[in-house]
Design a protein around this ligand. Sequence first.
Ligand SMILES: C[S@@+](CC[C@H](N)C(=O)[O-])C[C@H]1O[C@@H](n2cnc3c(N)ncnc32)[C@H](O)[C@@H]1O
Length: 320
Amino acid sequence: MTNDDRDMTNETTNLPGAFIRHSSFVIRHSTVGEVVRWAADELSHAEVECARMTGELLVAQVLGWTRERVIAHPEGGLSPEQVDLFRTLVRRRCSGEPLQYITGEREFYGLRFKVTPSVLIPRPETEFLVGEVLRLSNNLPRTQSVCLADVGTGSGCIAIAVLHNLPGCRAWATDISAPALEVARQNAMRFAVGDRIRFVCADLLECFPERPAFDFIVSNPPYGARGNREAVQAIVRDYEPEGAVFGGPSGYEAYSRLIPQAERRLLPGAYLLLEVGFGQWEEVARMAEHEGFAVDRMVEDLQGIPRCIVARRETADQRR
Ligand SMILES: C[S@@+](CC[C@H](N)C(=O)[O-])C[C@H]1O[C@@H](n2cnc3c(N)ncnc32)[C@H](O)[C@@H]1O
């Protein structure tokens, strides 16, 4: 150990417990294992879920490593600058900021998406929408190029995951938020689908003419009820974009405008897939039926909560 390894300022406040302390100095070089243990303690104390895993992911972020490498190499070293950065990240998480905004990434449908505070953090339940589009696309004629609209695209996760898995698909993605669209554009480049997707800053589907054009219209619209703000978790309410979380006073406002717009833009026999919030599926299914859709299916998430409505636009034959 050299003198360079020691902080001679006698700093003792809020330091990683794993750091070796002496009465007059603190050794500031530290190992991966030590800082992970310290972070796990701090995060548990702040009642952060999955404290140890969070610590590992934050060290991975600082070192530019994978989490697996962090676990496999507890003897790895951090420089004083890396330790300082790590402590800042741990503090941000302890004060409530979502991990994904700190690391700037979130995995969705096996792809690692960029996320910023301008976009909703993609959720596992939204993966059901992607799975349903891929399943239903098998029913379409093989020669046909599938055309999809993703309304309220946010990070672009739905449209981009579909395009990544469906080479014959093209997509239009709309969002009312220009900063969100910028993130989505970057994700489209990241996953090399930029040549098959167009982004439009628009209110729902209003930018498209009222004529049948799409095989799929997919949306995870904002569905939180502004009138029931307090029921929404603080980590969502305080950090995620207001316009991505809350749809209006009742939470049904986006559905009531989007469903009739979609009906006028889907090809006959084409599909509308909507994610719904807890307890909303019956009312949203009723709205879709009222607009002439046949509700084919309701998909439950892993907790058994109805999450995704699959509605089909009637064909000309059915209309007669
Ligand atoms: C619940 S987030 C969904 C984001 C992303 N599709 C996902 O599943 O993670 C809703 C998105 O809709 C956008 N949005 C809200 N109102 C909109 C509107 N009137 N027209 C278009 N997009 C809207 C928000 O900016 C937000 O990005």
